[in-house]
Design a protein around this ligand. Structure first.
Ligand code: ADP
Length: 609
């Protein structure tokens, strides 16, 4: 978090506070209709029954005793109160142990789906923006508990209002002077407000540090990092980062700790000591010295005052809690309101087939100082096989991201079938591609689900088998105990299969063989395969893609030999174009690169001419 951000005080207007809480209430109503009404009703009931059980009954019993009443005079009241409480406890237990759990799960499902759906639609660029990412993490971590918090706060408000009204009416009936004592806890509200604000600032300032700690923790326990953590000293760097984050967190606690403790102390003193002691002294005086009130009245006055002081601070606390909710909901709304830059136009064209053409395309990443791609012209015919080659950092992967419309060009345009791809529906356009990336992640699911990357349907077995055959993974899968039903990774299944890097890539590539696409894009998914396996895979892929276009990036140029056209990139520009033969004859940078790798191809019998 930047220094400037650290010093910013979170502010939210009253209007926005109300609007945010109402917004959340509306969503809560959609998530689990009826929940808030039931919860509020239960709390109102608890306040009413609590009042009658403790105040009304106590007053009648003690005053009755003082006035010489017998047990039979009070029996009906005692029975009625007992029955009411027995019923209330039963209803509460049923609600808290069963129904509220169901409602909570319903709410959690609704909100998580909302956040995940949105997360899937935001631009890829957002994940590279730390501010956005922080807000996203907050939305993800906080939303369900905040939704629940808004529901609880509404119920608390009802509870406090009902018990306040009942106790205030009682005091007024006995001696209105006692109502003056209620002003004392009001003073503590000032400190509650300050305490809540400090709490929020503290939280805001620790989010980024918690994220850093979390990242370090993940590098310690996730398998992805296990080898590097053991074989290098990177863990020291991570440990240092962790220690710094902890140190920064401690500094925040130091900055806000004393402030929060002081406010907490003042709140308690006003609420507990001044109100309670002041009223008790006055009540005892009125009972023993002036004799204006009965013993029972004296008792319930002290009780009522304590309850009222709790009720006032409880209400103030709940009001501030609404304000606190509003601040978090603001993050959530920001996230939900985010309009992806890459989205459908008002009217979209029906998908067409045809050539994929990049016309004078330039692209610059947000915040970058220069263009990553400059004036690129590339054509991939409907059934052509195109290879993108070049050294690391040349811009090949960026080019692929543009082709898949994960980013839009800064300049120039991309067309498919002669139409600008921005005129198509993003979803339909992306569906016309099958893309496999180098950093494919295996899911803790069955082999089939990993290959299909969607739920299984009838007849899928044959598709999976063929795809595995073509990608070269069939033999390995047949050795697994449950074939294509075998679970990958050992995260949830101790008998799960852990694949090697090469095997994982073959599985990832199998996905590209599962459906008919206009284009297949392979962004270096073969780096962990040996040259022969890679050659075989590309041969199979070329055959399988007889009727579709194919764009592939590979470090090893043995596969480029099969391409109808090769584009050699350097520093974001196309520097050479042609078939393998043409580029070798040209004797430029491609030929140079190819010759340097030549010894690897001898075994494959690839001609260098
Ligand atoms: P290649 O695939 O040829 O290795 P890339 O397309 O991955 O090259 O990267 C091209 C250039 O763009 C590199 O200089 C890289 O640092 C930069 N780059 C890649 N991704 C991003 C990003 N998300 N934000 C900023 N710069 C990026």
């Amino acid at each position: 978090m930047s220094e400037q951000k650290k010093d910013e005080k979170p502010k939210i207007s009253f209007r926005r506070t109300v609007s945010n809480n109402l917004f959340m209430l509306k969503l809560l109503h959609k998530a689990s209709p009826g929940r808030i009404a039931i919860e509020m009703g239960l709390w109102a009931l608890e306040a009413v029954i609590g009042f009658f059980s403790w105040q009304y009954m106590l007053r009648h019993i003690v005053n009755g005793i003082e006035q010489g009443k017998g047990f039979s005079d009070l029996a009906a009241l005692l029975v009625a109160m007992t029955v009411l409480n027995v019923v209330l406890v039963l209803v509460q237990q049923l609600w808290y142990q069963i129904f509220s759990g169901f409602y909570y799960q319903k709410t959690a499902k609704y909100f998580q789906e909302l956040v995940y759906k949105k997360a899937a639609s935001v631009d890829l660029a957002c994940y590279e923006n730390p501010d956005f990412y922080d807000k996203y993490m907050k939305a993800l971590n906080e939303t369900v508990s905040r939704a629940d918090g808004v529901a609880s706060s509404c119920s608390m408000m009802v509870f406090e209002t009902v018990r306040f009204a009942a106790n205030a009416a009682l005091l007024f009936a006995i001696d209105p002077v006692f109502l003056l004592f209620l002003l004392i806890p009001l003073l503590s509200s000032i400190f509650i407000k300050k305490q809540k604000k400090a709490d929020f600032e503290k939280y805001e300032q620790t989010v980024a540090m918690n994220r850093r700690c979390d990242y370090t923790r993940r590098t310690y326990y996730l398998g992805d990092y296990a080898k590097e953590m053991r074989l290098s000293n990177i863990y020291r760097v991570m440990a240092k980062r962790f220690a710094t984050a902890i140190k920064d967190t401690k500094a925040v606690i130091r900055k806000y700790g004393f402030k929060c403790a002081l406010y907490g102390y003042l709140i308690e003193i006003f609420r507990e000591v001044f109100t309670f002691l002041g009223a008790t002294v006055y009540a005892v005086y009125q009972t023993l010295v002036t004799g204006n009130i009965l013993y029972g009245d004296c008792l319930v006055i002290i009780n009522a005052l304590t309850t009222l002081s709790w009720s006032i601070t409880g209400s103030a606390d709940t009001l501030f809690r609404f304000q606190e909710h509003a601040l978090y909901i603001e993050n959530f709304r920001f996230f939900l309101d985010y309009e992806p830059k890459i989205r459908d136009r008002e009217t979209v064209l029906p998908m067409k087939k045809g050539d994929l053409v990049l016309e004078n395309v330039s692209f610059r990443y947000d915040g970058a100082e220069e263009d990553t791609l400059k004036n690129i012209h590339i054509t991939c015919g409907e059934k052509e096989k195109i290879a993108l080659v070049g050294h690391n950092g040349a811009g090949k992967s960026t080019l692929v991201k543009l082709m898949l419309r994960l980013y839009d060009p800064t300049d120039g345009r991309i067309t498919l079938g002669g139409e600008d791809i921005r005129d198509y529906s993003v979803k339909e356009y992306r569906e016309s591609f099958s893309a496999v990336f180098q950093d494919f992640h295996v899911f803790s699911l069955s082999v089939s689900e990993n290959v299909l990357l969607r739920p299984m349907r009838e007849g899928d077995e044959a598709i999976v088998e063929t795809a595995l055959q073509k990608s070269g993974a069939a033999t390995r899968v047949s050795e697994m105990p449950e074939g294509t039903d075998s679970i990958l990774t050992r995260e949830f299944d101790k008998n799960g299969t852990v694949l090697s890097g090469g095997e994982t890539q073959k599985l990832a590539i199998a996905h590209a063989f599962t459906k008919e696409n206009a284009f297949v894009i392979l962004d270096e998914p073969t780096s962990a395969l040996d040259p022969i396996a890679e050659y075989e895979m590309y041969k199979n892929m070329t055959e399988a893609c007889e009727n579709c276009g194919m764009i592939f990036i590979s470090h090893r140029l043995s596969s480029a030999v099969m391409a109808d056209r090769i584009y050699m990139l350097e520093n974001g520009e196309v520097i050479e174009v042609g078939t393998h033969g043409e580029l070798m004859a040209k004797n430029g940078k491609y030929a140079d690169m190819f010759r340097k790798q030549a010894e690897n191809y001898v075994a494959l019998g690839v001609s260098l001419s």
